[in-house]
Design a protein around this ligand. Structure first.
Ligand code: HEC
Length: 144
């Protein structure tokens, strides 16, 4: 009996006063959904822009040691003695946190590698690790 009541067409149901409000809720939900979609699209766009910025940042600040493609074949790259970002084996033996720390703090008191914490945020450093270093490929120049 109860099921019949629920699935009966709206016309046959006794109308409650509040039923007109239903549409408003629907509009509200639609709007909330739409704005969250717009927000996430804007966020994704901001992330893309940030990624491009960080790639530029890499070329300006890191490429002279780590190479344009991350393979450490740049001018000063030989000093690195085999820190090849493109090497899957090397990638496995390090982790994101360790890399972020080196990018921010540098290596050997900034003598082997300067720290960049005054120029970029932790989020930026993380983006460099996950979007640039982790995705680097031999011969593929890191550029926006
Ligand atoms: C003056 C040269 C130089 C510059 C410039 C430089 N690095 Fe380095 N980088 C090094 C050296 C040297 C090491 C350490 C190699 C070792 O441990 O044997 C290193 C190590 C690293 C590591 C490895 C950390 C780990 O897991 O052991 C990362 C990641 C890194 N650098 C990222 C960067 C980024 C990103 C930039 C630019 C923002 C940068 N480096 C700029 C020289 C440099």
């Amino acid at each position: 009996m109860r099921w019949n009541y629920i699935s009966a067409p709206a016309k046959e149901r006794p109308r409650k006063k509040s039923e007109g409000v239903g549409m408003n809720w629907l509009a509200f939900i639609a709007l909330a959904f739409l704005s969250s979609f717009i927000f996430s699209a804007a966020y994704a766009h901001a992330q893309d822009t940030k990624k491009g910025e960080m790639k530029k940042f890499y070329q300006v600040n890191c490429a002279r040691c780590h190479g344009a493609d991350g393979s450490a074949t740049g001018e000063d790259g030989k000093k690195l003695k085999g820190e090849d970002f493109n090497d899957p084996k090397w990638q496995k033996n390090t982790d994101d946190e360790k890399m972020i720390k080196v990018i921010l703090k540098g290596k050997f008191f900034g003598l082997a590698m300067p720290g960049y914490e005054e120029l970029i945020t932790r989020e930026d450093a993380k983006l460099i690790v996950t979007e640039i270093i982790r995705k680097s490929e031999k011969g593929k120049i890191i550029a926006p």
